[in-house]
Ligand binder design. Structure first.
Ligand code: ADP
Length: 406
C-alpha cells in the first residue's frame, strides 16, 4: 500500500462510536421479536462481529443500524446523534453485502465511482440578502479519480479498473464492492456475510485481507457472519446471538475460555465442546465432578467461585473441549474408558471420535512429534483412557444452562 493513501485515511478525525440501547424489532406484532432488547456500545475504530445461527437476528440488527429497517423500540446513536429517524444515506455508514451487487455493464472504475458521482458535498458559501448560505456541489472528475485510485491502491485492484465485473474472480469482485464502500470515507463499515459466496480457500484469503484492510483504513467495522471461525479471527469483540437475544459480548479469548452459557460454549470452538450429564458433589475437601463413577476434583479457584455463589451439590452439564481431553496413561489418575469409533487424520492433528458408554465424543490429538507408525496406531487402538485437568472443565446448570463458574 502506498504511503500517501495511508496518510490520507489516518488524517481523518472522525469519531464513529455506535450505541444500541434496548433495541427491539418486531416484523409482525403477533410473532416473536426478531431482535429483543439489544444493548451494545461500540467504540471508535472497533471491529465488532455479530455471530449466531441463521435467523438469530444478526442481519436485522445490522440493517437497523444502516437505517434499512425501522426499529420497533429503543434507540440507535451514531456518535452523539440519535439516528432512529435519519435516512440511510445521511447516516454516513457504508454497507457491503454478500452478493456484491456490482453493476455488470460498468467497469470497475465506474462501479467504484458511481456513488461519488451522485453524492453532493458542501461547496461555496454565498451571501444572499445578508445571510450566509451553504451551496452544495458534486465532486469534480479529478476528485473522483483521486478517490477511486486511492481506494484501488488500498485494495490492490488498480490494474483491473478498466475491466467489467464478469472478467473478475469472486475475490476481486468482493474487493470492488469494498472499494465502493471505502471511497465514501464512511464513519463505519457494515458488512453482512461478505465472504459467504466464496469458496473455502478464497474465504480464508479474503479474511486475511479484511484484517489488513482494517489496519489500513482504521475505521469502525460491524461484521455479520454465521461462521464462528470468521468471528474469532476478525473480531476485537464478538456478539453471540440466539433467537434475537444477545447471549454474550466479549473478546474472542473471553467467549472461548469463559462462555457465559451452554449455547455459547457449544457455538464457539470447532470441533464443538463435548457435553456430559454429571453430578457436582461436595465433601470436606471441596467440590468434585462425578462422571461415570469417576471423581474429578475441582481446583481452588473453582471451589472459591462456587462457594461465593452459594452453589451446592447438584446435577450439572460438564463441558470439556476436544483439545482439553488428555489420553491418560497413569493408572492412578481418574480416567474414563472409551472405545474408538472413528479416527480422522486432519494433518496437524487427529480427531478421535470415541464412545464413552453410548455417547460419542471428540478428542483432538496433535500429530507433531508422532511417527507414522504411532499415528496409525491410534486408528488400530480399540480402547482409550481419558482424563481432564480441572481447568479444562466447564460446568453448566441443567435448568438455566448458565455457566456455574462464570
Ligand atoms: P440472521 O441474519 O441472523 O440470519 P435475520 O435478522 O435475517 O437473521 O432474521 C431474524 C428473524 O426475523 C428470522 O426469524 C427471520 O425469519 C425474520 N425476518 C427477517 N426478515 C424478515 C422480514 N422482512 N419479514 C418478516 N420476518 C423477517
Amino acid at each position: 500500500m502506498k504511503g500517501a493513501a495511508l496518510h490520507s485515511w489516518r488524517s481523518r478525525e472522525i469519531m464513529a462510536t455506535l450505541s444500541l440501547r434496548n433495541v427491539t424489532k418486531y416484523y409482525e406484532k403477533s410473532m416473536k421479536p426478531a431482535v429483543s432488547d439489544f444493548n451494545l456500545e461500540i467504540r471508535d475504530k472497533e471491529f465488532v462481529v455479530f455471530v449466531g445461527p441463521s435467523g438469530c437476528g444478526k442481519s436485522t440488527t445490522l440493517r437497523m443500524i444502516a437505517g434499512l429497517e425501522e426499529i420497533t423500540d429503543g434507540e440507535i446513536y451514531i456518535g452523539d446523534t440519535l439516528v432512529n429517524h435519519v435516512e440511510p444515506k445521511n447516516r454516513d455508514i457504508a454497507m457491503v453485502f454478500q452478493n456484491y451487487a456490482l453493476y455488470p455493464h460498468m467497469t470497475v472504475y465506474n462501479n467504484i465511482a458511481y456513488g461519488l458521482k451522485l453524492k453532493r458535498i458542501p461547496g461555496k458559501k454565498i451571501r444572499l440578502f445578508g445571510r450566509e448560505i451553504q451551496c452544495m456541489r458534486h465532486y469534480t472528475k479529478q476528485e473522483i479519480r483521486e478517490k477511486v485510485e486511492q481506494a484501488a491502491r488500498i485494495l490492490e485492484i488498480s490494474e483491473y479498473l478498466d475491466r467489467k465485473p464478469k472478467h473478475l474472480s469472486g475475490g476481486q469482485r468482493q474487493r470492488v464492492a469494498i472499494g465502493r464502500a471505502i471511497v465514501r470515507h464512511p464513519k463505519a463499515f457494515l458488512m453482512d456475510e461478505p465472504l459467504s459466496n466464496l469458496d473455502a480457500k478464497l474465504r480464508n484469503q479474503m479474511r486475511a485481507e479484511i484484517i489488513l484492510l482494517r489496519k489500513r483504513i482504521d475505521a469502525t467495522f460491524i461484521y455479520v457472519t454465521h461462521d464462528q471461525t470468521e468471528a474469532m479471527t476478525l473480531g476485537d469483540r464478538i456478539v453471540i446471538m440466539k433467537d434475537g437475544v444477545v447471549q454474550q459480548v466479549g473478546t474472542p479469548a473471553e467467549v472461548f475460555n469463559r462462555p457465559k452459557n451452554l449455547f455459547v460454549a457449544g457455538f464457539i470452538g470447532a470441533p464443538q465442546m463435548n457435553f456430559f450429564e454429571a453430578k457436582l458433589e461436595k465433601d470436606e475437601n471441596g467440590f468434585a465432578v462425578m462422571l461415570l463413577g469417576e471423581r474429578f476434583p475441582l481446583n481452588e479457584k473453582m471451589n472459591a467461585i462456587l462457594r461465593e455463589k452459594n452453589i451446592s451439590a447438584q446435577d450439572v452439564i460438564l463441558g470439556v473441549r476436544p483439545e482439553h481431553i488428555t489420553l491418560s496413561e497413569k493408572a492412578n489418575h481418574p480416567a474414563l474408558e472409551a472405545s474408538l469409533h472413528v479416527c480422522e487424520m486432519m494433518g496437524s492433528e487427529l480427531h478421535l471420535h470415541l464412545l464413552l458408554g453410548k455417547k460419542e465424543i471428540i478428542v483432538r490429538v496433535p500429530t507433531l512429534g508422532l511417527t507414522d507408525a504411532e499415528i496409525d496406531g491410534y486408528s488400530d487402538s480399540r480402547a482409550f483412557r481419558l482424563t481432564f485437568v480441572p481447568e479444562a472443565m466447564h460446568l453448566f446448570d441443567c435448568e438455566t444452562q448458565e455457566n456455574l463458574l462464570y
